[in-house]
Design a protein around this ligand. Structure first.
Ligand code: PMP
Ligand code: GLN
Length: 383
């Protein structure tokens, strides 16, 4: 294994899901729903396979139907216009979009600023591209995680190439406010930065609506916006994602993407194209379902003695275990299946400074209500 990858080991999600399978524990670790997305959408994938659509290599940038559907989704929800032929790129999940973007835009030695704790593929993606990771740490304030804009400004140097943002934010559930996004846009313009926005939880904002950074003044040509069908339609196994950006940026990302996977699975692209045209009521019901589950798990974790940082978005809750008399999230998560039959993820693996999130543990609530109730009952018994 080369030096770029040696520090990363096995992802926490694989480790914790394997632990859940081995112990039969309830898996609130890896973020995947325990109920599949709409049947009409899975039927569309089956139909595509049967009808022989997408069974052979689809076009490199993605099938036209899906690029058009992405474009029309961006118009419907955000009033943004993207040319489906030049400004939309279909990828193998948001993960490939992130990797291809970093590989396409980062020169060895360039600095990439990322909000910490960060989704684990960011660090590895930056490393594969030869970039230097510069974390800006989110900290709890009044029960929620927040970004310190001064810290962000101070992190920018002449070597900064990219700013990698994620809002709604995994694992903290933080959602950047319109004022914060405006300040970030001003900074990006002033310092001539490209901003990569990971918006996979765009439909899971519990108060107000998601605001894409690319819609703000000066950002249209310097933002690479990334999203995924896995999260919005509960088909994480399909691995269909996309990039929307200006034509030169999409073209750059495509240059890298074509040598990573070339293309992603054809029939799923037809199905996701249909999913993106689902009525507004689908997206509202999806959000309300998860809001109720957030409230259920937040209340249960609080009763069980965890300090809960209530998420404003995503399907994750970050907690602090100090009040339970625990200090180390990694040890706690490794022992939790034995102690009470639940799997969670230690946030410290999402930090450069492993001490920073040491007592923080993440729980996913994209699960059936009875599963969440069962998990809470077990967590109250944790010895
Ligand atoms: N970004 C974030 C913040 C995530 O939580 C995830 C996990 N779904 C991804 C990217 C990767 O998405 P995908 O499964 O579409 O590759
Ligand atoms: N995004 C999911 C999470 O944060 C997991 C994705 C993965 O397993 N790579 O839990």
């Amino acid at each position: 294994l080369n030096r770029r990858l040696a520090e990363f080991g096995t992802t926490i999600f694989a480790e914790m899901s394997a632990l859940a399978v081995r112990t039969g524990a309830i898996n609130l670790g890896q973020g995947f729903p325990d109920t599949d997305g709409p049947e009409t959408v899975s039927e569309a994938a089956v139909r595509a396979i049967r009808d022989g659509r997408g069974n052979q290599y689809p076009p490199g940038p993605g099938i036209p139907e899906l690029r058009e559907a992405v474009s029309s989704h961006q118009r419907r929800f955000y009033g943004l216009a993207f040319d489906p032929d030049t400004e939309v790129l279909v990828t193998a999940g948001a993960t490939e979009a992130l990797a291809a973007t970093l590989l396409a835009l980062v020169e060895p030695g360039d600095e990439v600023i990322a909000l910490e704790p960060y989704y684990d593929s960011y660090a590895a993606g930056i490393a594969l591209a030869g970039g230097v990771r510069v974390p800006v740490t989110l900290r709890p304030r009044d029960g929620v995680f927040r970004l310190d804009l001064d810290e962000l400004r101070d992190a920018v140097t002449p070597r900064t190439r990219l700013l990698l943002l994620n809002s709604p934010h995994n694992p903290t559930g933080m959602v950047l406010s319109p004022d914060e996004l405006t300040a970030i846009a001003e900074l990006a313009v002033e310092r001539d930065l490209i901003v990569v926005t990971d918006e996979v939880y765009e439909h899971l904002v519990f108060d107000g609506a998601h605001l894409p950074l690319i819609s703000l003044p000066g950002m249209r040509d310097r933002t690479v916006s990334i999203s995924s069908a896995g999260k919005s339609f509960s088909f994480t196994g399909w691995k269909v994602g996309w990039v929307t950006a200006s034509a030169p940026l999409v073209s750059a990302v495509r240059s890298a993407k074509q040598f990573l996977t070339y293309v992603s699975a054809g029939p799923f692209q037809y199905a996701v194209a249909e999913a993106l045209h689902l009525p507004d009521s689908y997206f509202a019901a999806f959000r309300e379902d998860l809001r109720a589950k957030r409230d259920l798990l937040s209340a249960g974790l609080t009763e069980a003695g965890f300090e809960v940082f209530t998420p404003q978005g995503t399907y994750f809750i970050t907690t602090d275990i100090t009040a339970l008399g625990e200090r180390d999230g990694v040890a706690f998560c490794r022992a939790l299946p034995e102690r009470c039959g639940v799997v969670a993820v230690p946030n410290s693996v999402f930090y450069d400074d492993r001490d920073a999130g040491r007592s923080h543990v993440r729980f996913a609530f994209c699960k059936r209500a009875e599963t969440l109730n069962d998990a809470v009952t077990r967590l109250k018994r944790v010895e």
